[in-house]
Write a protein of this length. Structure first.
Length: 93
């Protein structure tokens, strides 16, 4: 259980780094790679039997994946608003 928490903390740090990189490249698709990888890996761990298919483990995976996806969605919305504000500012010039 402790290893899963460490892995998700590491994934969250990588998500923040990837989000910063995606903003620099102005490509939102790059920032979606880590949440998708976290979802696929947690489903893979449950399917392969590395994690028992019991309620605490499934709930932990669901909560941590939900947190990563919500951070990703919030980042996309923030970026979209910043781009829209930048376009409005350019059109007013």
């Amino acid at each position: 259980m402790k290893q899963i928490l460490i892995a998700f903390v590491a994934a969250t740090v990588l998500l923040a780094l990837e989000d910063a990189l995606a903003r620099q490249c102005r490509n939102l698709l790059w920032s979606g790679i880590l949440p998708l990888a976290a979802l696929l890996s947690s489903v893979g761990l449950l399917a392969a039997g590395a994690l028992p298919l019991q309620a605490p483990y499934v709930l932990l995976c669901a909560v941590l994946n939900g947190a990563l996806w919500s951070l990703w969605i919030a980042g996309r919305r923030k970026h979209s608003r910043a781009v829209a504000a930048e376009k409005r500012a350019e059109s007013e010039k």
